[in-house]
Design a protein around this ligand. Sequence first.
Ligand code: ZN
Length: 187
Amino acid sequence: MNDDDNDNDNDDDNVKVRGRRPADMRVINLIVVHCSDSLFGDAALVRKWHLERGFSEIGYHHVILNGYPDAESLRLHRPKFWLDGAVEPGRPLEQAGAHVQGHNHNSVGICLIGKEQFTQQQFGALVELIGRIRREHPGARLAGHYELLGAGDPPKSCPNLDMEWVRGQLGAWRGQINVTDNVKGRT
Ligand SMILES: [Zn+2]
């Protein structure tokens, strides 16, 4: 929620959604991982936060939930565990996001709900989502927000994951996390 990237990258403002035909898809060669810097949230709440900050829409394209979609569920200690690892749509992929200054036009923005700790279900969903995006956009590079800061940008640790480690572990995760199993429950 403290992701202070404005919605005014001048190279992005004129990108409009013109339908879902592949011809309208922009060139995507970068996948950027963020965290919400909040212990709870879902796409609707992040959208609300972003609209309050003057964005035209939610800045991210995908939001991966941690089971606490709102403040109430956290306060009452009532996790909606069936939402843990759920991927919710944000801004349409055809449209440039507003999540990383200078790189919005060619990237997909993924937000993990959480501050510094994320669940296995979230990681499983992240791996599956990255695979899905790369099938559509082969060779898309994976980066964390903090790796894409410009010279004048304030320091930022978003998404609070060592992305070099994450990239190194991706293959291992793919083997170890059976996302279908997570959905159906383990036997
Ligand atoms: Zn970020």
